[in-house]
Ligand binder design. Structure first.
Ligand SMILES: CCCCCCC/C=C/C(=O)SCCNC(=O)CCNC(=O)[C@H](O)C(C)(C)COP(=O)(O)OP(=O)(O)OC[C@H]1O[C@@H](n2cnc3c(N)ncnc32)[C@H](O)[C@@H]1OP(=O)(O)O
Length: 281
């Protein structure tokens, strides 16, 4: 149904049914009784975001968006200790320009759907969440992180010799403010859960085994607000950032392809990947 304001309202159906749909890298469990879907990333070893995962992510969100029984999504990981390692670096190394363009478009598409969602979106951050992983989290309405000092979150792109694009930067600025973003992005900082809470990068830090139950409790609070009012407010807050990417979408892809294709950037990424592999062995 359309509300008087033209916003699609979603009321949870009262039933005890749980529905599941699963792709290769995303599984969704929809609880019709509560109107909440739990969406899990499941791409071992570290949920790095490759083209397929990004595409499945966008399609899953789209499905939930048009599901009249779904009012909220909890985004989390099925992989222990890792929320998401960010973009799959192998998608940005040694490929051709067409591939880089397709990859970046898929990332943009996923982000437009997540950040622009009418549903309540809560990130249940049950592990490390660097770079693109942090982007997923800050694109949600609310962030709950597991209290484990081994986990980190932040936009660490400069540490890889690359640069977070303007739309990553914009939502980081909206979340933690200009000064903290400037320092954080320039230094490529990764924060422990406690430090992330201090700067407002996450909203709550809870015991590891309480992340999902806390997300459900927070969801219930957000559901207490009439959907149409919350959705219009969210749209008012987020529209400028969404419009900015939509307007500059092709230029952003062009910029990414040209930047990532540079020999010096390819070299940096290769060195970083080698460093990761050495650390693991
Ligand atoms: C103008 C535009 C410019 C371009 C903008 C681009 C924006 C980029 C955004 C990004 O998201 S770039 C990716 C940044 N991500 C990271 O820096 C995270 C790197 N990974 C880690 O720090 C750790 O892996 C971890 C996530 C903390 C997990 O540590 P753990 O000890 O549990 O696992 P590892 O042994 O390190 O890794 C296992 C396995 O996975 C591989 N791997 C890890 N991260 C990635 C990744 N992002 N992409 C691809 N592969 C990854 C790692 O190499 C290991 O592989 P094997 O050795 O098992 O083969």
């Amino acid at each position: 149904t359309l509300s008087p304001y033209g916003v699609h309202q979603k009321h949870g159906q009262i039933s005890n049914q749980r529905r599941q749909f699963s792709n290769t890298y995303i599984s969704v469990e929809m609880d019709d009784a509560t109107g909440v879907a739990v969406m899990k990333m499941k791409r071992p070893p570290v949920n790095s975001l490759n083209l397929e995962l990004l595409t499945e992510f966008a399609i899953s969100l789209e499905k939930l968006e048009i599901d009249r029984g779904c009012r909220g999504v909890i985004l989390t990981s099925a992989i222990p200790k890792i929320f998401s390692a960010g973009l799959d670096i192998t998608e940005m190394c040694g490929k051709n320009a067409d591939h880089y363009g397709e990859f970046w478009r898929a990332l943009q598409e996923m982000w437009l759907k997540l950040y622009g969602s009418n549903m309540v979106t809560i990130a249940a951050i049950n592990g490390s969440s660097p770079a693109g992983g942090c982007l997923l989290a800050v694109s949600c309405d609310y962030r709950i992180m597991a209290d484990n000092k081994k986990y980190t979150i932040g936009l660490n792109e400069t540490q890889l010799g690359i640069v977070a694009p303007f739309w990553f930067k914009d939502i980081m600025t909206d979340t933690i403010g200009h000064r903290a973003t400037e320092r954080s992005l320039e230094l490529g900082m990764l924060y422990s859960p406690t430090d992330a809470l201090k700067i407002g990068l996450v909203d709550e830090v809870v015991a590891e085994d309480k992340v999902l139950s806390t997300a459900s409790a927070v969801m219930a609070q957000w559901f207490a607000v009439p959907d149409h009012a919350r959705q219009l407010t969210k749209s008012m807050m987020r529209k400028p950032n969404l419009d900015r990417l939509v307007t500059h979408r092709e230029a952003d892809i062009k910029n990414f392809v040209s930047f990532i294709s540079r020999d010096s950037i390819q070299k940096s990424l290769q060195i970083y990947m080698e460093m990761l592999k050495k650390k693991g062995s």
